[in-house]
Design a binder for this molecule. Structure first.
Ligand SMILES: Nc1ncnc2c1ncn2[C@@H]1O[C@H](COP(=O)(O)OP(=O)(O)O)[C@@H](O)[C@H]1O
Ligand SMILES: [Mg+2]
Length: 250
């Protein structure tokens, strides 16, 4: 009954600035929710509160009914809450395959062993193949990350994060910086995620949001303005005036 992530009356202040203002939100298995809002609305801060990168000043966060508000980020990842890696954390001079191997070994507690080659675990190699196939990266498996197009690097980030086998996945602007002509590879990757995963997507690209999200939450000045289906949100006059209207002029 309590499966998933629940945020109640979450608050975050930076000095006198309220960045999370009584946020209530839940992520259940299979959810595809998008968090949208103008720059500075507090979206990234909210993501950081979920992952444990920041500690809220008030409210509660629970995972499957367990209070995780004070749980450290590394422990929260092991509990199943993960945000995508940043490109800056990829090993640029290692291949895609070698990059994906690292979080798998890490998750299995088989990090760097002396006298044991990193690629000598058949189960790990099989899992890498699955990730490569899930993210359509087979043909790039042995290419070094720095040689990839930016959109493909962002796919590798997603693959690395999924290698941790999260149950709750937070994507903070997965298509930011990706060429418009490559945006579909990000959309495809999100659509290919396991059905039972809970996904929260923070994104400016409305085409992507409307394609992948079944519910949209609009955040303004740290507070939820409204939540609804893509159809409801696109018709909401307040949202059009405040956010979508400005973007979709003409
Ligand atoms: N570490 C911090 N210290 C102080 N203010 C911060 C910090 N992080 C973010 N902020 C402020 O919080 C507000 C929300 O920022 P952010 O969460 O990055 O918004 P968004 O991701 O929606 O653009 C902004 O006004 C930003 O300046
Ligand atoms: Mg942000």
């Amino acid at each position: 009954m309590n499966a998933g992530l629940r945020v109640k009356n979450l608050q975050m202040h930076f000095g006198g600035i309220v960045v999370a203002d009584n946020i209530n939100l839940s992520l259940e298995p299979g959810d595809r929710k998008a968090l949208i809002g103008p720059n500075g609305a507090g979206k990234t801060t909210f993501a950081n509160l979920l992952t444990g990168n920041l500690t809220p000043t008030g409210g509660s966060i629970s995972l499957d009914g367990m209070d995780i508000k004070r749980m450290k980020e590394s422990k929260r990842v092991r509990a199943g809450v993960a945000k995508t890696f940043q490109i800056t954390t990829l090993f640029r001079h290692m291949s895609v395959r070698e990059n994906i191997r690292l979080p798998i070994l890490e998750r299995m507690g088989r990090g760097m062993r002396m006298f044991k080659r990193a690629d000598s675990y058949p189960d790990v190699e099989e899992e890498i193949e699955q990730m490569l196939s899930q993210f359509n990266l087979q043909s790039l498996a042995d290419v070094e990350v720095h040689e990839l197009a930016y959109g493909q690097q962002r796919l590798v980030e997603m693959a690395l994060t999924m290698a941790l086998k999260p149950r709750i996945l937070i994507l903070d602007e997965p298509s930011a910086g990706v060429a418009a002509s490559d945006a579909h590879i990000i959309t495809d990757a999100i659509e290919n995620l396991p059905d039972d995963l809970s996904v929260l997507i923070i994104e400016h690209d409305m085409k992507l949001v409307f394609k992948v999200a079944s519910r949209i939450i609009v955040l303004v000045n740290g507070a939820i303005l409204c939540e609804g289906t893509p159809g409801e949100i696109s018709k909401n006059q307040q949202v059009r005036d405040l956010y979508l209207g400005a973007r979709h002029d003409g």
